[in-house]
Write a protein that binds this ligand. Structure first.
Ligand code: AMP
Ligand code: TRP
Length: 325
């Protein structure tokens, strides 16, 4: 039996090159070697207020993005979270074994709740439990995600181990898969911050659906550090970030990239980075438009059917172990 991977992204905001390089690119690479399940986590999206019509559209659009990135429905299962009711059911169960203290330590809650816990939604607080349920329902071996999800993965492992200890061996304890390069692509406007869907400054992110002019402008305007060499250097996070994007999009090694730009200035580098990005995104954007709603829905409903079978089996054993039916 092949090992299994599970991952997902939220249908909120626009996906950016950080989402692609930190997550989707690795999903596509791993799907040949692992049994792969990719979820569009619409129940996570409602932890912050969403416009219903926009959420419905964003859910299908995200499926288009998965497919355009290269997730292949012949190899991988792709489905919408709310089509599999066991996610919400297991989340309730795990919320009864999770502890307030461990959720209070989640840094993403502190960021998204903007420090105002009195007004923050309860769902935003308990959301890592839903994420743990997503993963544990499928007896997942490996979870390919960006660096920002590492803490949620640790919680998932803790919950699985606690359940197994208290109720008997039930869940596989998953490992995170966080890439060495690209796990945290930074904002083009502030290399101390990660590139983020919710950044108010759109110039900080290259969105996967940006047109060529916009991409070129954003890269030209990207902040740079002092010094002129085009090299990877921890003390120069802006150029390191841009060069990481170049490296991952071209598939070159780090040394090859540095050698390629030796003796060249920022102007030359940015022009080439813009070209590489535009050339990468052009065919990607063409593929996004390929899927009509009907074929998309057929892929998602076949995916949900397969996912439900695995999820139902896991939830049945969870309930049995706990004395529920
Ligand atoms: P989200 O859009 O928050 O649902 O994230 C989808 C995936 O993209 C997750 O695996 C994140 O860890 C990853 N991700 C989000 N932002 C970045 C970033 N700036 N760099 C690398 N990976 C990211
Ligand atoms: N929490 C993740 C994010 O915001 C998305 C997510 C939800 C996820 N469930 C998951 C990722 C399960 C991996 C596995 O990016």
């Amino acid at each position: 039996m092949r090992e299994r991977i599970f991952s997902g992204a939220q249908p909120t905001g626009q996906l950016h090159i950080g989402n692609y390089l930190g997550a989707l690119k690795n999903w596509v690479e791993l799907q040949d070697d692992y049994e792969s399940i990719f979820c569009i986590v619409n129940l996570h999206a409602i932890t912050l207020p969403q416009d219903p019509a926009s959420l419905r559209k964003a859910t299908l659009d995200l499926a288009r993005i998965y497919l355009a990135a290269g997730v292949d429905p012949a190899k991988s299962t792709i489905f919408i979270q709310s089509d599999v009711p066991q996610h919400a059911e297991l989340a309730w169960t795990l919320s009864c074994i999770a502890r307030m203290g461990e959720l209070e330590r989640m840094t993403q809650f502190k960021d998204k709740g903007k420090g105002n816990t009195e007004r923050a939604g309860v769902g935003l607080f308990t959301y890592p439990i839903l994420m743990a349920s997503d993963i544990l329902l499928y007896q997942t071996d490996l979870v390919p995600v960006g660096q920002d999800q590492k803490q949620h993965l640790e919680l998932t492992r803790d919950l699985a181990e606690r359940f197994n200890r208290d109720y008997g061996e039930t869940f596989k304890v998953p490992e995170p898969y966080i890439p060495k390069a690209g796990a945290s692509i930074k904002s083009l406007q502030d290399p101390e911050k990660k590139m983020s869907k919710s950044d108010e400054n759109a110039n900080g992110s290259i969105f996967l659906l940006d047109d060529p002019d916009t991409i070129t402008k954003k890269i030209k305007r990207a902040v740079t550090d002092s010094g002129t060499d085009i090299t990877f250097d921890e003390t120069r996070p802006a150029i390191t970030n841009l060069l990481t994007i170049f490296q991952l999009l071209t598939g070159k090694t780090g040394e090859e990239c540095v050698a390629h730009f030796e003796g060249k200035g920022y102007g030359h580098f940015k022009t080439e980075l813009a070209e590489v990005t535009v050339e990468f995104l052009k065919p990607f954007q063409a593929r996004v438009k390929e899927y009509d709603e009907e074929s998309l829905k057929a892929i998602l409903s076949a995916g949900a059917e397969k996912a439900r079978q695995i999820a139902a089996e896991t939830l049945r054993s969870v309930y049995k172990q706990m004395g529920i039916n």
